[in-house]
Design a protein around this ligand. Structure first.
Ligand SMILES: Cc1ncc(COP(=O)(O)O)c(C=O)c1O
Length: 450
């Protein structure tokens, strides 16, 4: 489609191709996109409508975030009402009732020990906030030497300096140098040799958690503040935690007074067929980060949920009136809180987390039916998530997956790719026939990609 073809009343662009130029798009090949734009102008339930008026089945819940499906009426109404009632209230030294209601609601959904909530506006801010809270906690206990933050290779914790530093996706880091000092990384758990075509949790890989003991021996427990991992790594290509892996991390952290942070920005709110990954895996961290599905992506919002032990320690030991020198202008924004509360109501009324659990078997059969497709070297799945890994094309890694993405989009299905992995994470309202459409479109298009 030429840029001039997108000048419809819906998108209000002029006929000048330079209309697209001023927007520096995130994580996008700007030159490529602007030469052949893909513009979405409407969304309802499982579908986007693009600027050509074509319906696109959403196989990715936007960016892993529209868990209840698009433009849901109760969320729209809650947002409209709130913006007309209290558009904004300062969050520093002032408050409004909705943020307290939302904090209580989230605390009631998470394991009992996780019961204090700090609001942010995104997953990146949630990751940075969680790392800062971990440092503040050890500072409060007088253990200021505990400063090292441990992430994981192939981890993704957003794009702030903290999250990027503990993250382990090389392309995201190489333009920016070494970032934070005081950081180290665990190895990831992905191994085609041991784990290819696992269904649910792979059997092999808990051994990789033992590397944390090596890092403790190397740096000394007295110097390590926290370990942050995604319980299931999403953005780096759907890496499901091996059996026993998270339990082992929990145990080592506990023994060494290291805080364990689960980044649940993707895994929260039903994605794995339970409210949160910590529930699904039965492992409770000290801190959880949330975003995305929290508001069904209607309004940006993130959150960090900590144990009462962390909250009490920082609050009780503070030498000054303000206990934590941290916060954002929009922390606990009233419109975001209204969207989140309506979203949580919708999840509950429609039992969407259970729906994801109920669909898991059908989903698993569907995605694994692609096993013998051209270039497929691995398929992994859990809840309503799947990763389909392709053999990288010699000399141009990532091209094969990206071409599949483009072809599927032309064929009416939205996928996401990361490296040479196709990542699927549809809204939890997906119907079986829509799963069939998703799978058959991928099946068809994979055969056309060299
Ligand atoms: C696990 C995880 N943490 C953090 C982030 C960053 O969230 P945001 O893009 O809202 O800053 C993401 C985004 O995909 C994520 O998957």
């Amino acid at each position: 489609m030429s840029p001039s073809a997108i000048s419809s009343a819906d998108v209000q662009l002029g006929t000048n191709p330079n209309d697209l130029e001023p927007h520096w798009m995130p994580f996008t090949g700007n030159r490529q996109f602007k030469a052949a734009p893909r513009l979405l102008v409407k969304a309802k339930d499982m579908h986007y409508t693009n600027a050509d008026g074509k319906q696109i089945l959403d196989g990715t819940a936007g960016l892993w975030c529209v868990n209840a499906g698009h433009s849901r009426q109760p969320i729209i109404e809650a947002v409209q009402k709130q913006v007309a009632t209290l558009d904004y209230a300062p969050g520093f030294q002032m408050g409004h009732p909705l943020s307290f209601a939302l904090a209580a609601r989230l605390a009631s959904m998470l394991p009992e020990t996780l019961d204090h909530v700090f609001f942010t506006n995104s997953g990146s801010e949630a990751a940075d906030t969680a790392l800062k809270i971990a440092l503040a906690y050890h500072h409060s206990t007088g253990q200021s030497s505990k400063k090292i933050l441990i992430g994981r290779s192939r981890g993704y914790h957003g794009v702030g300096f903290g999250g990027l530093s503990v993250g382990g996706m090389a392309p995201n880091k190489k333009q920016f140098g070494n970032l934070l000092g005081n950081v180290d990384h665990l190895p990831h758990t992905h191994s085609l040799e041991h784990n290819a075509f696992s269904r649910g949790q792979p059997e092999w890989g808990a051994v990789r958690a033992a590397e944390l003991e090596e890092l403790v021996a190397l740096h000394g427990a007295d110097n390590i503040a926290a370990v942050i991992v995604e319980p299931m790594a999403g953005s780096t290509g759907v890496l499901i935690p091996p059996v026993g892996y998270l339990e082992r991390l929990r145990d080592i952290c506990h023994k060494n007074n290291i805080l364990l942070i689960f980044d649940e920005v993707i895994t929260g709110f039903g994605r794995l067929g339970a409210s949160f990954a910590c529930e699904r895996f039965g492992v409770t961290p000290d801190i959880v980060t949330l975003a995305k599905g929290l508001t069904n992506a209607t309004i940006p919002m993130g959150a960090v949920v900590t144990s009462h032990e962390i909250y009490d320690t920082v609050i009780q030991n503070a030498a000054q009136e303000i206990e934590l020198f941290h916060g954002y202008t929009y922390s606990g924004h009233p419109v975001a809180c209204a969207a989140a509360l309506a979203t949580l109501d919708l999840y509950k009324e429609e039992e969407l987390f259970q729906r994801a659990a109920d669909l898991e078997g059908y989903w698993e059969e569907g995605v694994h039916s692609l096993k013998d497709c051209r270039n497929v070297i691995d398929i992994r799945n859990m809840g309503l998530v799947a990763g389909i890994e392709l053999e990288p094309r010699e000399g141009s890694p990532t091209a094969r997956a990206f071409e599949t993405f483009l072809k599927c989009y032309e064929d009416g299905v939205l996928l996401r790719t990361t490296g040479d992995t196709i990542a699927l994470s549809p809204p939890l309202i997906i119907e079986q026939h829509q799963i069939d459409q998703l799978i058959s479109t991928i099946n068809k298009q994979l055969e056309t990609v060299e």
